[in-house]
Design a protein around this ligand. Structure first.
Ligand code: DX5
Ligand code: ZN
Length: 220
């Protein structure tokens, strides 16, 4: 049974002006974003650095929308508590981040928040088959994580496979896609079964007065 769920947009604040992050979060909230996608990079699992839990804590009062925290960090287990305490609603870890994915997901769930698992482009869908009962979100990366503004990798078969795995559970698990999402690639991933779209470049282009237009263009 195919799920019929509205498409939700998750602007990645990686593309925001870091000198005014609170203002930027308020602007994408007002522009209609459902999720605030927060990219945490450690300079080790991915070749770039962003910010940690203290920044998430400072942003929390700026929006009531879902804080969707994407941890591109390894090892990751020791940081789960900090991000949960900072106000994350969903914590997503990478399948590739450590040998004990099941335990990591259990530790997120034990905090009373939602747990997500993310797959790098080269990681097969089947590698998350045995944790589907623990996840609330599966994130399919359509770029190699680390940077905004990269070109979309057309992993449509993988998105379809994950859609099948989610539907087989009968549970409301988000299928999120992240990387190179534009109005054109948005159509393709929605058709393949995605229902949460992360977009950095495509949302933050042309300044705050265009965020609502940019978000709307991704839903169409
Ligand atoms: C990449 C991040 C993405 C990134 C997407 O490692 O996980 O969330 O910000 O940026 P765009 O939409 O520019 O590809
Ligand atoms: Zn991300």
């Amino acid at each position: 049974m195919a799920s019929v769920r509205p498409v939700r947009i998750a602007p990645s604040i990686l593309s925001a002006d870091f000198a005014k992050l609170g203002e930027e979060v308020r602007a994408i909230d007002a522009a209609g974003a459902e999720y605030i996608h927060i990219d945490v990079m450690d300079g080790h699992f991915v070749p770039n650095l962003t910010f940690g839990a203290p920044v998430v804590k400072c942003l929390r009062p700026h929006s009531q929308k879902v804080f969707d925290v994407h941890l591109m960090v390894a090892p990751v287990d020791h940081l789960i508590g900090d991000f949960a305490d900072a106000g994350a609603d969903i914590i997503t870890v990478h399948q590739e981040a450590g040998p004990h994915l099941h335990r990591t997901l259990q530790s997120i769930k034990a905090r009373g928040i939602k747990a997500g698992v993310s797959l790098n482009p080269s990681t097969p869908a089947a590698t998350v088959a045995h944790v589907m009962d623990l996840v609330d979100l599966v994130l399919v990366m359509t770029v190699n994580p680390g940077f905004g503004g990269q070109s979309f990798i057309p992993l449509l078969d993988k998105i379809k496979a994950i859609r099948g795995m989610i539907d087989a559970t009968g549970r409301a698990i988000d299928l999120e896609v992240d990387g190179g999402i534009t109005p054109d690639t948005a159509k393709q991933v929605i058709a393949a079964g995605a229902d949460v779209l992360v977009a950095g470049t495509a949302v933050f282009r042309d300044g705050p007065e265009h965020y609502a237009r940019n978000i709307k263009a991704l839903r169409a």
